[in-house]
Design a protein around this ligand. Structure first.
Ligand code: PLP
Length: 404
């Protein structure tokens, strides 16, 4: 009998968020066990619901959005995105430079597929949101990881980034605010990245899906706003800020100088048409979401759920012996470090499995984010305070005796 196997292109993709730890958690749930899930950035199941007006407007538009839209998206959605770009000082974005997608995920894949040939390299952060590494690989390119430095608030290490640029490098991916570290990058640092891209004629890929989830009065600066003379592809969407991850709506904007990327844009248009269009009912809520008062602001201020949960998880983790942690400024992730001298962890997937078996808590290990050593893990602090308390109590107890 002929045996059909998966494409060899998939062999080198490390996508541990969906790996054996997740499989084991699913098996345990199927057996009736109660697992505390601190592993996935999906706000709605944790009681972070979409604003009522967003739901209402989508229902009102269901009839008129039955058909395909323009392959890039509805005019009204793209106009609202264009105006959002104007507010964020993102230069030179017209209606035709905006592509809606079934989440940012689809567009990340599209942006890499439209560009890369075998041998091409893309600089991707370590730790990263692992879809980026996977998308580069799937498109036939080579992801090259630059380090983000925990000692420097998890900011990208510019010297490391510079040292990894080769004649084959095509672009730099910047995830800001960052998943999994929750870091928000300052203007001076972004300017340094832009300068590197300028000197080496690289495309910038700015994943800014958490730009509306920033705390402590800090301000997110769009990378493209600092690089009007360069070509930047900016990504954003409503999954997180408007808690509608299930509706699948994101967008990609081609910004700045497009004079040297005409053929790449042709490729993107082709790929966009090949998938006909993105989910049209979800496009119908973009205008509502980006205008008016439909934001997550109150969740991010003192007294707001995201703010208070960030404070709680940070203060608890930093007081656990052997654990150190940088306070996140944005999104809803925290990426603590486990002291190798104390825990001797050589396999962090095994650590995640041990934690799961002993405490019934599901986290994602650091190497799942292409981190370089088995000494970190990520917590999503979306579950309510009571659950976070139970979870941190259990983690603290588990770590008081654990070593590999
Ligand atoms: N980019 C980053 C940094 C993310 O963390 C995520 C999801 O967690 C995405 C992109 C994809 O989001 P979506 O496809 O829901 O728009």
């Amino acid at each position: 009998m002929r045996i059909f196997e998966k494409s060899t292109k998939l062999n080198n993709i490390c996508y541990d968020i969906r790996g054996p730890v997740m499989d084991e958690a699913n098996r345990m749930v199927a057996e009736g066990m109660d697992i505390i899930k601190l592993n996935i950035g999906n706000p709605a199941p944790f009681g972070f619901h979409a604003p009522d007006e967003v739901i209402k407007d989508m229902s009102l538009n269901l009839r008129s959005t039955e058909g395909y839209s323009d392959s890039r998206g509805l005019f009204s959605a793209r106009k609202a995105i264009m105006q959002y770009c104007q507010l964020k000082h993102i230069p030179n974005v017209s209606i035709d430079d905006i592509y809606t997608g079934n989440g940012v995920s689809e567009l990340i894949t599209m942006s890499m597929q439209g560009l890369l040939n075998p041998g091409d390299e893309i600089l991707v952060p370590a730790p990263d949101y692992p879809l980026w590494t996977g998308a580069v690989t799937l498109a036939g390119g080579t992801p090259v990881h630059y380090l983000c430095d925990e000692q420097a608030d998890w900011y990208p290490d510019i010297a490391d980034m510079k040292s990894k640029i080769t004649p084959n490098t095509k672009g730099i991916v910047v995830i800001n605010p960052n998943n999994p570290t929750g870091a928000l990058y300052p203007k001076e640092l972004l300017l340094e990245i832009v300068q590197l891209a300028r000197e080496n004629e690289l495309i910038l890929f700015a994943d800014e899906i958490y730009d509306r989830l920033v705390m402590d009065g800090k301000e997110h600066i769009a990378l493209a706003s600092l690089a009007p003379d360069l070509f930047t592809v900016s990504f954003n969407g409503l999954s997180k800020s408007h808690r509608v991850a299930g509706y699948r709506i994101g967008w990609m904007c081609l910004c700045g100088n497009k004079s040297y990327v005409k053929s790449y844009i042709e490729g993107l248009n082709l790929l966009s048409s090949m998938r006909l269009c993105s989910n049209v009912p979800a496009q119908s809520i973009v205008q509502t979401s980006l205008g008016g008062t439909q934001s997550a602001d109150e969740l991010l201020l003192p007294g707001g759920r995201l703010y208070e949960q960030r404070e709680y998880i940070y203060n608890r983790l930093k007081n656990i012996p052997g654990v150190s942690v940088v306070k996140p400024s944005a999104a809803f992730y925290i990426f603590p470090r486990l002291n190798p001298d104390k825990f001797h962890i050589t396999n962090d997937e095994q650590f995640a499995l041990d934690l799961l078996h002993e405490t019934k808590i599901l986290i994602t290990c650091g190497t799942g984010f292409n981190w370089i050593a088995p000494d970190h893990f990520r917590i999503v602090y979306l579950p309510d305070m009571e659950t976070l308390k139970t979870a941190t109590d259990r983690i603290e107890r588990f770590l008081s005796t654990y070593h590999q």
